[in-house]
Design a protein around this ligand. Structure first.
Ligand code: ADP
Length: 405
């Protein structure tokens, strides 16, 4: 039995194929859908065929992209045992706090969330509709980025805005990156040999997008992203927390219209806005070479994370472990060192050499401990795998048994 995980964007489809013990069999990407020259890359991870197949072609629409990936799987002798498709869906609103087996009603309910995620949910829906029409015999499951945060208490999810904005327009904190936070929390607990139910964790998903989550007993009790993935930590091109009056000021004093403000906050702010660069590898290199803007960008970025560590320790009323994950969290020891520097007050102290040499790719369980032997709080680097989590939740939603590797 195999499960295919699809992450459909506006002009791309990313996919991964797993067997029922969650071993990765194949992965790939169809991109520039709808453009004159598209590209597909198909990789397989078992021993059965060529490791990589690249296809340059025009993919008119998502259906053409989906056919390409199914053809690549079948050509490689994979896909015959395909039994289910799991879809990443960005926004489930308050409607979805668990994975859902997709039928017409679920599609309509996902569509009803589009105003909350106008850029993402329509693309996710296109993927669902294409897969359902081309492979109608397969059950399809929607797994939501927001669902893990369905356990937030009202004091964490409500903004101090008039109640009717919440009731009538759904204005509240939803949180994102939920599949990643859930996955790394479980991996961290397994690595520590403890039950998730007894742990207070702060998970830091630091990629291009970035969010922090406070997890008590396996339940998300607060998270830094809000109504949209713009709030909270400093990100590659997104500002994270700002005084909302900055928007009014920009409009009134500098003549920015709404679209310009949207672009500014989402695409030209964050690390990019502070130093003209959003790749932390390059920022790190520049900062080491004495570049003041890069140094400031790193300082603002890590200071924001440190503030969330303090706030979430208070929210949790204790702290057992901090988890670093995603591109930056897994691969940038300098960022981890700055975040954890001089935080003994929270029980956090790194072991400099474990931190510098941490290689999650080489760790059998994808987890490396980087705290000092006598530190009160564990600091773990955990390789995230959102697609594997979606595959697992898809199988669970279908009542399948999963043997975790
Ligand atoms: P996304 O949110 O798009 O999935 P990623 O999780 O890949 O993004 O994170 C992108 C960031 O991670 C970039 O700033 C990049 O500098 C950093 N990063 C990714 N891979 C590495 C690596 N191998 N070494 C150092 N930094 C990395």
């Amino acid at each position: 039995m195999q499960v295919l995980v699809l992450n459909s964007g506006s002009s791309s489809i990313k996919y991964r194929l797993f067997d029922d013990s969650l071993t990765l069999l194949a992965s790939g990407l169809v991109e520039r859908i709808g453009e004159a020259s598209g590209r597909a890359v198909h990789r397989r991870h078992d021993e059965g065929g060529p490791a990589e197949l690249v296809e340059q072609a025009a993919f008119d629409d998502h259906a053409a992209g989906f056919r390409s990936l199914i053809a690549a799987l079948e050509q490689g002798g994979l896909g015959e045992e395909l039994r289910a498709i799991g879809h990443r869906v960005v926004h489930g609103g308050e409607e979805f706090v668990a994975p859902s087996l997709i039928d017409d009603e679920v599609v309509a309910r996902i569509r009803a969330q589009v105003p909350l995620a106008p850029l993402h949910n329509p693309a996710n829906l296109t993927g669902i509709e294409v897969a359902a029409s081309l492979r109608p015999e397969l059950p399809q499951v929607a797994v939501f980025d927001t669902a893990f945060h369905g356990t937030l208490p009202a004091r964490a999810y409500r903004y101090a805005l008039p109640t009717e904005l919440y009731r009538e327009h759904g204005v509240r904190r939803y949180g994102f990156h939920g599949t990643s936070h859930a996955f790394v929390a479980r991996r961290a607990a397994a690595h520590l040999g403890r039950s998730l139910g007894e742990l207070d964790l702060i998970t830091l998903h630091l990629g291009n997008g970035a969010s922090a989550t406070a997890i008590s007993g396996g339940r998300s009790i607060d998270t830094s992203m809000g109504l949209t993935p713009l709030e909270g930590l400093v990100m590659g091109t997104r500002c994270g927390d700002v005084d909302p009056a900055v928007l009014l000021h920009l409009h009134r004093q500098a003549g920015y219209d709404l679209d310009e403000i949207d672009r500014l906050l989402n695409r030209s702010s964050g690390l990019l806005g502070l130093c003209g660069e959003n790749d932390l590898r390059e920022i790190d290199r520049r900062a080491r070479a004495g570049d003041a803007d890069a140094e400031l960008a790193l300082d603002v970025y890590t200071y924001r994370i440190r503030k969330y560590l303090g706030a979430y320790t208070a929210a949790l009323g204790g702290l057992d472990a901090v988890v670093f994950t995603a591109g930056v969290g897994e691969n940038q020891p300098g960022v981890r060192a700055r975040v954890c520097d001089d935080l003994e007050v929270l029980g956090i102290r790194l072991d400099a050499s474990s931190n510098a040499s941490a290689d999650v790719g080489a760790a059998p369980d994808g987890v490396v401990a980087v705290h000092a032997a006598d530190a009160r709080v564990a600091v773990l680097v955990v390789a995230t795998d959102e697609e594997r989590e979606i595959a697992e939740q898809t199988l669970q939603a279908l009542g399948g048994t999963v043997s975790r590797p």
